[in-house]
Design a protein around this ligand. Sequence first.
Ligand SMILES: C[S@@+](CC[C@H](N)C(=O)[O-])C[C@H]1O[C@@H](n2cnc3c(N)ncnc32)[C@H](O)[C@@H]1O
Length: 338
Amino acid sequence: MTPHGGHTEIEHLPVMQREVFDLLRCEPGGVYVDATVGLGGHSLGIMERIRPGGRLIGIDRDKESLDKAALRLAPCGPGLRLIHDNYKNLPLILNNLALPPVDGILLDLGVNSYQLLAAERGFSFQSDELLDMRMDRSQQWTAADLVNNLPETELADLIYRYGEERYSRRIAAAIVRERARAPITRCLQLAAVVSRAFRVRGHQSIHPATRTFQALRIAVNEELEGLEELLMEAFDFLKPAGRIVVISFHSLEDRIVKRTFRRLAGQCVCDAAPELCTCPRKARGRILTPRPLAPGEDEVQANPRARSARLRALERTEATGPEAGNGSVRPEQETWRS
Ligand SMILES: C[S@@+](CC[C@H](N)C(=O)[O-])C[C@H]1O[C@@H](n2cnc3c(N)ncnc32)[C@H](O)[C@@H]1O
């Protein structure tokens, strides 16, 4: 039983579906990767569009979500391969499958509604659950480990950096006082400590613990580490005119996506004056979303969780294969060429 009605059948409404399918240009026979399958909403839409003959590789680091997605996607028939792994292993996964260069890659970052609301996984400041927040339960450290063991300054830095929380020092001090009395093991317990430390008067548009919980979630799951490298590597697996679509839910992620896409499009990503800029200006791709796309009002009304979604897309313009002659294709990709 959960505090949300007792069943774990929480529906995850895929965000910005129309934009995702249009930008990925899902076509029958195409080869696609959904690197964040979640509960399979986007994957289902992709499968419907790429049949007959299409192939979809679906990855998620959360085994429980992936099992749910597998049930939902079972009627899709052949062409689907689901893999329990971290998308940071994408190069290894795709090389092992010896696929041809792919038409499109989707990353819908963050957590799914099942993890957040139904699975008792300790992500929510509104639920009386063990403070956990691991997307992959085989991982050792949990949010409770961080909260109870990090030195106060490290805790404050973490909450500031990943939560962009201006009251981080005050919150970290309150956590350290609380844990000296008794370990902080439950979500509501932490939410109450943060709320008391906050002491901001007047109406708040978000719960006072929102940013602290976001920061802990990002830290526990190392969500920002390696995202840029992953995007660069994923790009190498696209065929010419193949596309990568990324949906992020907070500015820290979106900044990394924006910067990486600019780099791949041969644009400047440094802060230097133009005459001092040494950014390589070789365009390998074309940015399809000069400004990130946001969901329409209708979608936000129907699915409030979509409100902070920002979508960016990039198309590969560079050729793959030996004719590219630029060293961008790594040796292990040789297995892709027939
Ligand atoms: C926003 S949900 C995706 C929802 C999905 N598009 C759908 O329609 O149901 C994000 C998913 O990404 C997964 N995820 C987050 N980080 C990951 C990583 N590093 N590797 C693999 N999966 C990850 C989470 O477990 C979660 O299921």
